[in-house]
Write a protein that binds this ligand. Sequence first.
Ligand SMILES: *Cc1c(COP(=O)(O)O)cnc(C)c1O
Length: 223
Amino acid sequence: MSIADKITELKNELEPKVTLVAVSKTKPNEAILEAYEAGQRVFGENKVQELTAKYDELPKDIEWHFIGHLQTNKVKYIAPFVSLLHGVDSLKLLKTVDKEGQKNNRKIPVLLQFHIAEEETKFGLNQEEARELLSSSDFAGLDWVDVRGVMGMATYTDDETQIRREFHQLKNIFEQLKQEFFGDKNSFSEISMGMSGDYKLAVAEGSTMVRVGSSIFGERNYH
Ligand SMILES: *Cc1c(COP(=O)(O)O)cnc(C)c1O
């Protein structure tokens, strides 16, 4: 199936309230343009250098999401234009994003990343860490970041019960944080979960944003 057909198929399959982030990392501009011609406007990248190059070269009405782990010293390169940062998991990073937001005179939308998978990784908060962060005076002083919701990745496994449980956990975290910290903020509304292999399960568990790469663009070749 062509990239364009795949975009159309996914758009038809997903309810309008679920945003499709087409994950174009490692893929050339031509592939992105094919998706763009089919109506896709939201794309996800996980490397700063690759993202800035693509931003420079491709149509300006593309919304670029950064879906990877962001180093504080690289925030400045994407702060002027990035539409959403999915992987924010520390106060240190939030403070840097805030500083760059102020410099660019724009409030930068972010999602807090949670560690829901059983795999060991140094990325992602747990609920207790998030509570601590959100109730800190440091956080209260940040005027140039806009926390729009949460993001997470399920374990890479065939066990659908486990995947659903992990997505369900992220949905619960979202609901609790909303109640506790964002009750009066309607813009805290996004649950970014689901990739090519598990987006159907994620949507069934309440995802509002799926990040789909290889199902659209084909397998990636890593060097
Ligand atoms: C690469 C990537 C995706 C897309 O993965 P596919 O399996 O190709 O759909 C989604 N989310 C993140 C954070 C990624 O790094």
